[in-house]
Design a protein around this ligand. Structure first.
Ligand code: PEP
Ligand code: MN
Length: 342
């Protein structure tokens, strides 16, 4: 259920409607828009008879939301959500016309490695740095990440180059630490349906980047995001990273068609990860161009200064100079679409 407020509804009227919703044992989610505020209601098991709300002052109408997701839906908020990611060098905008580039190694390996890649990436103008301190690996014998030591290295990279930091949390324990050190909390493909982790991310004070599960349908992807918003964290960006198919020439099949499909249904920004989406270095540039052309709100790209020696995902990591070329090309594509790359 969604309560649509009048465009001139006062703060007090909005508060009164929220209080009435809460008094019924439900949760109210005021969602301000440029024209009006809508108030999403969650916590109800079945349909609600909310005639009582419709007669409150400042309310235009109560509309039942038929889709399983409510807060992430365009019914709740018509215009695109634009996230502001605070970084030491000012906010980075993601969503709407704003395309955000994120680059960095798959895993934080050593301080030297991150500082070297960081210095080279800084020169490309990129402002968001990625790198996993906690790595969800298929094999228990593969490099699992440096844990908190890796987060400390990322904090040094932030201080040295002014990047905003995006890094993955794999469980509730690591999420608490990631929340302390990073600017954006990444939830990886393997955890897209880890509902207790999603709820914990929903209570975090930092924006969340939610990657699509490797076999998740569009509804499952949006419902996973709904978990985060329903706990009160509305700063969520989605990320398509390829799904499993019968295709045998790439690690995953990058489902670029999901970008406009998400944007039709949801106001949340959606990024594309061409690195995990293809698994092959030589496919990263063409798929990055395609992702921006199809309307992605950003790219998440794995970059390593010495990919042959990378402890994870070397095959799909590009060199910093290749990333520099990528930024030039995607900016050209973005220009045609009147979008701004930052
Ligand atoms: C990553 O971004 O390094 C990662 C592990 O991605 P995914 O969860 O998409 O596999
Ligand atoms: Mn990786």
């Amino acid at each position: 259920m969604l309560i649509v407020m009048q465009s001139h509804a006062t703060e007090e009227q909005i508060r009164a409607v929220c209080a009435r919703i809460e008094s019924l044992g439900l949760k109210a989610h005021p969602i301000p828009g440029s024209l009006r505020t809508a108030i999403g209601i969650t916590g109800n098991q079945g349909s609600l008879d909310l005639g009582v709300l419709e007669s409150m002052s400042g309310v235009v109408e109560c509309i039942p939301v038929s889709k399983p997701y409510k807060l992430v839906s365009r019914d709740a908020k018509e215009e695109d959500t634009v996230l502001r990611i605070p970084t030491p060098s000012g906010d980075v905008l993601v969503g709407g016309k704003h395309i955000a580039l994120v680059a960095g190694p798959c895993a934080v390996e050593t301080e030297d490695q991150c500082m070297t890649v960081g210095a080279q990436l800084k020169a490309t103008g990129v402002r968001l740095f990625r790198g996993g301190a906690y790595k969800p690996r298929t094999s228990p014998y593969s490099f699992q990440g440096l844990g908190e030591e890796g987060l400390k290295i990322l904090a040094k990279v932030r201080d040295a180059y002014g990047f905003g930091i995006i890094t993955e949390a794999i469980d509730n324990e690591s999420l608490a630490l990631v929340e302390d050190y990073a600017d954006v909390i990444q939830i990886g493909a393997r955890n897209m349906q880890n509902f207790s982790l999603l709820k914990r991310a929903g209570r975090a004070k930092k924006p969340v980047l939610l990657k699509r599960g490797m076999s998740a349908t569009l509804d499952e992807f949006l419902m996973a995001a709904e978990y985060i918003l329903s706990e009160g964290n509305y700063n969520v960006m989605l990320c398509e990273r390829g799904v499993r198919t019968f295709s045998d020439f790439s690690r995953n099949t990058l489902d670029l068609a999901v970008v406009p499909a998400v944007q039709k249904r949801s106001h949340l920004p959606i990024l594309v990860d061409p690195s995990h989406g293809t698994g092959k270095r030589n496919k990263v540039l063409p798929l990055s161009r395609a992702a921006v052309a199809v309307g992605a709100n950003g790219l998440l790209v794995e970059v390593h200064h010495d990919p042959e020696k990378a402890l994870s995902d070397g095959m799909q990591s590009i060199l910093p100079e290749e990333f520099a070329e990528l930024t030039v090309e995607v900016k050209q594509v973005a220009n045609v679409l009147h979008r701004i790359v930052n």
